[in-house]
Design a protein around this ligand. Structure first.
Ligand code: CIR
Length: 259
């Protein structure tokens, strides 16, 4: 069984109200005080599953910096510091590096370099295969550099076009045991044909980004059909309210690095 021992998270900043938003899930601005409480609850829930959390302080200069999944990708064998093409997010890579260095030695840390771009939300690990979303945030060069790094550790990779919105893991997520949640469009992806797929209904799209941790699945609050499906697969579930993060397109996986 895949087992996570650690997570890295970063507290939301007051500036999160200026976070990038497609408006896909909400036109409203997040309420900082509520976000702080939801974040603390998220951390507590994951810790209750036997995981130790490193909680980094908020960074006011980076409105989206609580979404630590994007500036780095962490695997058992190595970590990759990514390179966001969004100006307001690119500097987050320098801020996450010291935290990564607490767990990985210098020869285990790699970097996506310009003109390559990447954000961790586009990286989906399925055992020793890694699907890389090619999106507005992750380009072909970024995917190529990433592949060359992880191949050294015995991983294979393939790319998947992301055409519906932000990141791959907003539209397809792996819950281990061959189970996946997908959008209607990702359900047509040849690459995902052999998985046991559940097509999440349009009105519950946000719930695709549920999060497997040590046998349990965290599901965002307010999505009963997806919740029932995940329960029917036999997973214990924990419902977590991420409403304030949803307003700026953030969901469960974005809020942590897990390893
Ligand atoms: C952004 O647009 O970059 C943030 N507002 C949301 C990032 C969400 N990250 C993720 O799905 N991995």
């Amino acid at each position: 069984m895949l087992e996570f021992k650690n997570i890295i998270v970063r507290k939301p900043s007051k500036s999160m109200i200026e976070g990038i938003s497609t408006g896909m899930f909400s036109e409203d601005k997040p309420i900082y005080e509520d976000a702080i409480n939801q974040h603390a609850e998220y951390v507590k829930t994951i810790e209750s599953l036997g995981v130790k959390a490193l909680v980094l302080e908020a960074l006011e200069e980076y409105p989206d910096s609580c979404f630590v999944e994007d500036p780095a990708v962490v695997l058992k064998e190595c970590a990759i510091i990514t390179n966001s093409p969004r100006e307001s997010r690119n500097g987050e890579k320098f801020e996450i590096e010291p935290a990564i260095k607490k767990y990985y030695s210098d020869d285990q840390i790699f970097y996506i370099e310009a003109p390559g771009t990447m954000e961790g939300g586009d990286v989906m690990v399925v055992d020793k295969h890694i699907y890389i979303g090619q999106s507005d945030r992750t380009n072909a060069e970024g995917a190529k550099q990433f592949s060359q790094i992880v191949e050294k550790y015995g991983y294979t990779t393939s790319t998947v076009p992301v055409t519906e919105g932000l990141h791959l893991k907003d539209f397809a997520i792996y819950l281990e045991n061959n189970n996946m949640l997908v959008s209607e469009k990702m359900n047509e992806e040849e690459a995902f044909k052999d998985f046991n797929r559940f097509v999440v209904p349009k009105e519950e799209l946000y719930a695709i980004n549920s999060l497997y941790i040590n046998g349990t699945v965290l599901v965002p609050d307010g999505f009963p059909k997806t919740l029932e499906h995940i329960k029917s697969l036999g997973y214990p579930v924990k419902v977590v309210n991420t409403d304030e993060f949803k307003k700026i397109d953030g969901s469960l996986t974005c809020l942590s690095l897990r390893f």
